[in-house]
Ligand binder design. Structure first.
Ligand SMILES: [Zn+2]
Length: 104
């Protein structure tokens, strides 16, 4: 079993693109695509046209997935940007912070 680098509920910081430096909570992990959806980050606007008469067209904002390589994990223990390491705890493998070595 591999240990996921980033899990749902983690706090991450964007390192590239227009949202560089912004932080947010991970809402969804799309492991197959190596992408994650972060709350209020990488927002896209979609214009939805009225399909029927009397229905209004709308602009919908949604968080679009970011690639894992564009974000960095923020350690919940020390609050620093970090790269999770995999640590063995008996039979189990867990993530740990590269900076403070706490289990994440
Ligand atoms: Zn840490």
């Amino acid at each position: 079993m591999t240990v996921p680098r980033i899990k749902k509920g983690d706090l991450v910081q964007v390192v590239t693109g227009k949202d560089r430096g912004k932080r947010g909570k991970v809402l969804q992990v799309l492991s197959k695509y190596e992408r994650i959806v972060v709350e209020n980050l990488n927002l896209m606007t979609k214009n939805v046209r009225a399909r029927r008469e009397r229905e209004k067209g709308q602009r919908i904002q949604f968080a679009s997935p970011l690639h894992l390589s564009n974000v960095q994990l923020i350690c919940g223990q020390c609050g620093r940007l970090t790269r999770p390491m995999v640590k063995r705890l008996g039979e189990k493998k867990v993530r740990s912070c590269a900076k403070c070595h706490e289990t994440l």
